[in-house]
Each structure stands twice: as structure tokens, then as C-alpha cells.
Design a protein around this ligand. Structure first.
Ligand SMILES: NC(=O)c1ccc[n+]([C@@H]2O[C@H](COP(=O)([O-])OP(=O)(O)OC[C@H]3O[C@@H](n4cnc5c(N)ncnc54)[C@H](OP(=O)(O)O)[C@@H]3O)[C@@H](O)[C@H]2O)c1
Length: 203
């Protein structure tokens, strides 16, 4: 697939490299095409362009910038968002989502797009790079209102090595965003560090 990744930071680069290795075509949208992160993105074999130009030909768009700047990034792109699947990996850690219940619902409103899927936000980038614990892949939790969009994102999640747990409609994105806050609190405020993951056991 042709995947445009907005933001060439930790999450964008980790997903971009693994998807590139799986044969996807990757274009990064960045604010400064000459920054170190932009060159890191080129070094994985991706194209790197300013945000607007990076949207050309996109089938899937991964939002991997801080939630606090996502509104500004989206508003500065002239694009028919209806034609793409949007993956929202953001976490509203230090920016409010009001008047929306979640970052994902805010992004759906700002883009007017019904194909937003929340994914990849509930664990750290180290777990995206290596999602295997004790020989088994951890889950990435996804939610969204469009079944076809979720099916597509589930496939892309499996390309990253995750198992997928479908958490229903986009109204449940707040649950995924709160789970991320729990992970961040344990990892960085309570001293557990990033080498752990939440996973699902079942009988
Ligand atoms: N890191 C994690 O473990 C993790 C896990 C799950 C979800 N997330 C979420 O994923 C998103 C990306 O996180 P990250 O760790 O990859 O962040 P990061 O490494 O700090 O990278 C952020 C990216 O956003 C760009 N950016 C920052 N401010 C911008 C602005 N005002 N306008 C345009 N672009 C801007 C940066 O560009 P410059 O290089 O030009 O600054 C960079 O490309 C965040 O929403 C985060 O909450 C992160």
C-alpha cells in the first residue's frame, strides 16, 4: 500500500521502516525536509516531503505527530481526507481533546473522515519495534467505525508483528488513550521502564 506518515519521529520511523521491509511504499510528511529526522527517514528508503506534497497518492495516512500540533498540521493540508484511511497513533498526554472525548474523535471531526482507526498508541515505541514477549506477540488495540478500514489497519498491524484486538467503534478510543496513559505512568512515572507490555490472556 502507499502509506503516508505524518511525522518522522520515534513512532513514524519505527512503523515506516517495518512497513517498508514488508513491501509498502512509504512517504513521510515533515515540516523540515532537511532535519536529522527527515534524513533518518530517507535512510530507511522512504520518500520525504513537506506535509502537503506527502499526501499525494496516499491510501493510508498514519498520524505520528504530537496530538497538540495535529489540528494545525491537518488544517495546513488541503486534501480530500475522505479518500484515505487515517490511523491515529497520537496520545493526548499534554494537550486537551476538548470538546471531544478523544484525540481520535477530534481527528475524525477535523478531517471530516469516517475512516479513522485508533491504533498503535497503547504501548511504547520499543514494543512496536519488537512486540514479542516470551515468544508471543502482544496485541495492539484498535477501534474505529468503518469495518473495511479496520480490516486494512489490522493487516498493517500484523505487518508490524502485533496481534490485533478489535475494541469496537471510535467512541472507545478514549479507552485506548487511557490505557496509553496507564502504560506511560507505569513506564516513566513509577519507574518500570519501557520494556513491558499489556497483553491479553484468555480461556
Ligand atoms: N514514543 C512512543 O513510545 C509513542 C507510543 C505511542 C504513541 N505515541 C504517539 O505518537 C505520536 C508521535 O510520537 P513520537 O514519540 O514519534 O514523537 P517524536 O519522536 O517527538 O516525533 C514527533 C514528530 O512530530 C513532528 N512535529 C513536532 N511538532 C511539530 C509541529 N509543530 N508541526 C509539525 N510537526 C511537528 C516532529 O518534527 P520535527 O522533527 O520537525 O520536530 C517529529 O517528526 C505522539 O502523538 C505520541 O503521543 C508515541
Amino acid at each position: 500500500m502507499h502509506i503516508t506518515i505524518l511525522g518522522a519521529g520515534n513512532i513514524g520511523l519505527a512503523a515506516g521502516k517495518k512497513w517498508k521491509d514488508k513491501g509498502h511504499s512509504i512517504t513521510f510528511g515533515v515540516r523540515d525536509p532537511e532535519s536529522q529526522k527527515a534524513w533518518d527517514a530517507r535512510n530507511i528508503g522512504a520518500e520525504v516531503k513537506p506535509f502537503q506534497e506527502a499526501m499525494q497518492g496516499a491510501e493510508v495516512v498514519l498520524i505520528a505527530v504530537p496530538f497538540g500540533v495535529t489540528d494545525e498540521v491537518i488544517k495546513n493540508i488541503q486534501f480530500d481526507w475522505d479518500n484515505v484511511i487515517i490511523i491515529d497513533a497520537t496520545n493526548p498526554i499534554s494537550a486537551s481533546t476538548e470538546p471531544f472525548d478523544s484525540a481520535a474523535e477530534a481527528i475524525a471531526a477535523w478531517t471530516g473522515n469516517g475512516n479513522v482507526v485508533k491504533a498503535f498508541n497503547t504501548t511504547g515505541v520499543g514494543n512496536m519495534l519488537n512486540p514479542i514477549y516470551n515468544g508471543t506477540a502482544i496485541e495492539t488495540f484498535i477501534c474505529g467505525d468503518d469495518a473495511d478500514a479496520k480490516k486494512c489497519v489490522a493487516g498493517l498491524a500484523e505487518d508490524l508483528g502485533f496481534r490485533v484486538m478489535d475494541m469496537g467503534g471510535l467512541q472507545n478510543a478514549v479507552l485506548l488513550e487511557n490505557l496509553a496513559k496507564m502504560w506511560v505512568t507505569a513506564a516513566y512515572k513509577l519507574g518500570k521502564g519501557p520494556n513491558f507490555a499489556f497483553t491479553v490472556v484468555q480461556r
